[in-house]
Design a protein around this ligand. Structure first.
Ligand code: AMP
Ligand code: ZN
Length: 141
């Protein structure tokens, strides 16, 4: 897509610190890193978001993220990882070419959960489960 910064990185017409690539994906360092080694894994083909990407490219991005997590653990001594995907503006997406944030975690980093965990209402959780459940799966079919 012509006005997409990530497509420009794939094409080599915009700069990036590319650290990994394969037939379907490339990975480069985020210019606003949450922690050292914060990486974006993207498909070479333009897909807008999680709801639009096909399963094959999604699987390729997920595999690349895991491959890089192992490398970042080894080379930066990361102790854990968060994988984050923002899908659509309401969920904080700002670049509309699908990407997985691979964020290395260190015991002394400053990142916090973006929500305050607190107990939910079991009746409300059950109501939502009714809305979302697959009746065929529940019947064991
Ligand atoms: P999101 O808000 O989830 O869509 O994430 C977009 C991410 O892309 C942000 O973390 C930005 O810092 C990052 N970003 C935007 N432009 C570039 C670029 N040219 N090179 C590397 N990272 C970028
Ligand atoms: Zn793109």
């Amino acid at each position: 897509m012509s006005d997409c910064i990530f497509c420009a990185i794939v094409a080599g017409t915009a700069p990036a610190q590319i650290i990994d690539s394969d037939e379907r994906t490339i990975a480069f360092l985020d210019i606003n890193p949450a922690t050292p080694g914060h990486t974006l894994v993207i498909p070479r083909r333009h897909h807008t978001d999680l709801l639009e990407i096909d399963d094959v490219d999604l699987a390729a991005c997920t595999s690349a993220a895991r491959r890089l997590a192992l490398r970042i653990e080894d080379r930066l001594d990361a102790e854990g990882f968060n994988l984050i995907n923002a899908c659509r503006p309401v969920a904080w997406q700002t670049v509309f070419h699908f990407h997985i944030h691979l964020i290395p975690r260190y015991s002394d980093d400053a990142l916090k959960l973006p929500w305050v965990p607190r107990a939910g209402d079991p009746a409300e959780i059950a109501r939502v489960a009714d809305l979302l459940g697959d009746p065929a799966a529940a019947d064991g079919e």
